[in-house]
Design a protein around this ligand. Structure first.
Ligand SMILES: Cc1c2[nH]c(c1CCC(=O)O)Cc1[nH]c(c(CCC(=O)O)c1C)Cc1[nH]c(c(CCC(=O)O)c1C)Cc1[nH]c(c(C)c1CCC(=O)O)C2
Length: 407
């Protein structure tokens, strides 16, 4: 395995960064900043994953977290969909997992084949928080992610931007208490009501690590960031606003602060709070993110109206940001139901058409849109159906944008 570790010294890694090739496709960055683009850019959550035979082949030889920890493996997996769908994807996302943060905080996590993540010793009661590290050395514990980002930037050769990410505090807390996936997340939710103060302390501790981790990813070369609150939808509106939203806000503010940047100069920030937008889209659109990710239960045209009404000036700039840096329009990301990719070519085309073209229910060429699924692509999808989806997005997206220009 020795040959796989090419960045052995910090100096080598830094040198590699200074040689980062120029970006040749910045569509997603422009759309994230609310600008009009000749077609909406597209990427897919979990685009590097089990639906790809080349990913499954690598996974036969390597454990899941080994794939995350060895920069050459993580870079290779990140590039798999970029290579296969040559010219069709507008961003890469670094191969890793949201659960590397609980690992860095001191909890053991394994990935069980066919079952998903498993924590052998989850947090049962607030006093178990003593098992978490008091001070997490992000560079030491998660340096392998930054090395993977540096290497991936090199290998991407400027083809598309690279997205870094982390899990949202509530979603990570939920895993740390449940010990794995769960339908109802009862144990984690019980904490929120039985131990609200300790829950807030835990959420804050996770938030602090996430901020440092995201900032380090940007310094290593990540060109956009996404925060995944995959389990936001398990909370009531009031619990979401108490136990998730404040920490999502703290992350955007903390990252902007640490990078001393306002919404224009900063790498674009994307917030994906799955299942929470039916009740909290106005709040999420004011949480300091450039892009709000939509799942498929939200109607794009309705989301656009709500976002425009709730944050007419676009992203809220932090106090102290340069006065000449105007806020921009909030961009939306999403939101095709991932199951459409099982429905055959005709249905894929129809659904993409409806999503992109319709002004009544879809995005209707409104601009400031990044196409994605409403959640991750699932393992049973035929890679050729994913290709067809991407081709339809390019073709229809171009038509819709040029028709809009002619108006
Ligand atoms: C909740 C969550 C996790 N991980 C992630 C989330 C948030 C996104 C979402 O809601 O889907 C995020 C994630 N996980 C993975 C990525 C890589 C980048 C990409 O999107 O291509 C990203 C961004 C790889 C992965 N993470 C995992 C796999 C498959 C595991 C395997 O190869 O055995 C991959 C490719 C494992 C994983 N990791 C997690 C679960 C629940 C599972 C098992 C079930 C599943 O696969 O969906 C936790």
């Amino acid at each position: 395995m020795k040959h796989l570790n090419s960045f052995t010294t910090k100096k080598q890694a830094d040198e590699s960064k200074s040689k980062d090739p120029e970006l040749r496709n910045d569509l997603i960055i422009r759309a994230a900043r609310g600008e009009a683009t000749p077609r909406p850019p597209v990427w897919v959550m979990r685009q590097a994953g089990r639906y790809l035979p080349e990913f499954r082949a690598l996974r036969e030889k390597h454990d899941f977290f080994e794939c995350c920890r060895v920069p050459e493996l993580a870079a290779e997996i990140t590039l798999q969909p970029i290579r296969r769908y040559h010219g069709l994807l507008d961003a890469a996302i670094i191969f890793s997992d949201i659960l590397v943060v609980p690992q860095a905080m001191g909890l053991e996590v394994e990935m069980l084949p066919g079952k998903g993540p498993h924590f052998p010793a989850p947090l049962h009661k607030p006093s178990d928080m003593e098992r978490l590290k008091k001070k997490v050395d992000v560079k030491k514990e998660l340096g392998y992610v930054m090395d993977a980002i540096k290497l991936t930037r090199q290998k991407l050769e400027g083809r598309v931007p690279l997205i870094g990410f982390c899990g949202a505090p509530w979603t990570l807390m939920a895993y740390m208490i449940e010990g794995g996936g769960s339908k109802e997340f009862e144990k984690a939710k019980k904490w929120l009501w039985a131990h609200p103060e300790e829950s807030k302390e835990l959420l804050q501790r996770i938030t602090d690590v996430c901020i440092e981790f995201l900032v380090a990813q940007v310094r290593a070369g990540a060109q956009l960031l996404q925060v995944f609150d995959s389990w936001a939808g398990t909370l009531s509106p009031s619990d979401f606003r108490t136990f998730s939203l404040p920490y999502l806000r703290a992350i955007s503010a903390g990252v902007r602060d640490a990078l001393s940047c306002n919404s224009r100069a900063c790498v674009p920030l994307i917030c994906f709070a799955k299942g929470a937008l039916g009740h909290s889209l106005p709040e999420v659109s004011k949480a300091g993110y450039d892009v709000v990710g939509l799942d498929w239960t939200v109607e794009p045209s309705v989301a656009r109206r709500i976002v425009e009404m709730s944050s007419p000036g676009g992203t809220s700039l932090k106090a102290g940001a340069g006065a000449n840096e105007a806020a921009h329009r909030i961009a939306l990301q999403g939101n095709l139901d991932p199951s459409v990719l099982y429905a055959g070519k005709e249905a894929i085309r129809q659904q993409v058409d409806k999503m992109l073209r319709s002004r009544k229910g879809g995005f209707g060429g409104s601009g400031a849109h990044i196409v994605n699924l409403g959640h991750g692509i699932t393992p049973g999808v035929d890679p050729e159906d994913m290709r067809y989806f991407l081709e339809c997005v390019h073709e229809i997206g171009r038509e819709v944008c040029s028709a809009k220009e002619e108006e």
